[in-house]
Design a protein around this ligand. Structure first.
Ligand SMILES: Nc1nc2c(c(=O)[nH]1)N[C@H]1C(S)=C(S)[C@@H](COP(=O)(O)O)O[C@H]1N2
Ligand SMILES: [Mo]
Length: 323
């Protein structure tokens, strides 16, 4: 997702601008023959649900972000000179949508979830990834019973194929890999389950850290002599954003940004700040947010072998030109 594409756009990321991250390819699934299977030793009444059955169940609507754990990975290279392998995302591997679907807790109760359930393994119907089998990721039962939904709608439309049609998990606050697309089955286990997606990839990754971005292109060009309102958004998978400070001089001085009053939403917080640059040239814009747990974005993120969780303040280059 290009951050300049979020300028002047409302709270939600439009479906056609929302980033797509696939291990293989988007499968085209026929909703008429699709089934969601719930099975495993952790449920007393295993079963299958059709698409119309899913749509007829009690539903919830939530505004929440999906963010890849590798969002911002290219900054390990450009800012910290420690490149990490994987897709070289800028800061656009995130989007916020209004998701509608069935609470996973409802589905698990329908299936007679047992009190000793430990993990729920969600498996996708996309093609197997290399020699690791189908994309599947265990979710702790406590999170599964909390705020997770099996979503079939994104911003008021049926899920687009790239985002998991006919149904996907949406796991608020957690790394994108938890939100399994093209959901085919849920295996409820009474012991910890290990798959390549919690041992090899995305190991020890649950919630997402605090980050911020400006709604501007990298190397954006701004005019001198006119007042600008710089817009941006900050987010954290661990709690609401409580403070955003901006530096327009490469980190020498910091000013509080103004909020748009969406503090009650646990997705991202839009903010803005006025600026009238006085001299032409190159500038580095920085935004630093704090969430309600007290976590503030650092200036440097500790190196990570897979380039996950880059949460340092991004150094956003722009040019100010006269005329
Ligand atoms: N079945 C399946 N689910 C998946 C993936 C995948 O490749 N296959 N990719 C995951 C990853 S790594 C991320 S970041 C999110 C991205 O969701 P999006 O493409 O809707 O933005 O989907 C997750 N769910
Ligand atoms: Mo991801």
């Amino acid at each position: 997702m290009r951050w300049e594409a979020m300028a002047g756009v409302g709270y939600h990321t439009p479906n056609d601008r929302f980033f797509v991250r696939n291990h293989t390819c988007t499968p085209l699934i026929d909703a008429a023959t699709w089934r969601l299977r719930i099975h495993g030793p952790g449920v007393r009444c295993p079963g299958e649900y059709t698409y119309p059955q899913l749509l007829a169940m009690p539903a919830r609507t939530i505004d929440t972000a999906i963010e890849c754990a590798g969002n911002g990975r290219s900054l390990y290279d450009t800012q910290q000179h420690e490149p990490a392998p994987g897709a070289q995302w800028g800061l656009g591997a995130i989007g916020v949508a209004r998701w509608r679907g069935v609470p996973l807790s409802y589905l698990l109760r329908q299936a007679g979830v047992r009190p000793d359930a430990v993990d729920v393994v969600a498996r996708g119907l996309d093609a197997p990834f290399e020699d690791h089998g189908r994309v599947r990721r265990p979710l702790p039962a406590a999170k599964a019973m909390d705020d997770v939904i099996v979503a079939y709608e994104m911003n008021g439309e049926p899920l687009p194929p790239d985002h998991g049609f006919p149904a996907r998990l949406v796991v608020p606050g957690w790394a994108g890999i938890a939100s399994i697309k093209w959901l085919g089955d849920l295996e409820v286990a009474t012991k910890k389950i290990f798959t390549p997606w919690n041992t090899l990839f995305y190991r020890d990754i649950t919630t997402q850290p605090v980050k911020s971005a400006f709604e501007l292109a990298w190397d954006a060009v701004l005019r001198l002599g006119v007042p600008h309102v710089l817009h941006g958004r900050s987010w954290s998978g661990r709690g609401r954003i409580t403070r955003v400070e901006v530096s327009l001089d490469g980190g020498r001085t910091w000013r509080q940004a103004e909020h748009h009053g969406r503090r009650l939403v646990g997705a991202w917080l839009p903010w803005h700040i006025q600026w009238a640059p006085r001299t032409p040239g190159r500038y580095v814009l920085m935004a630093r947010a704090t969430d309600e747990t007290g976590a503030t974005q650092p200036l440097i993120t500790p190196r990570h072998p897979f380039g996950y969780h880059f949460d340092a303040v991004a150094q956003h280059p722009i040019h100010v030109v006269s005329g």
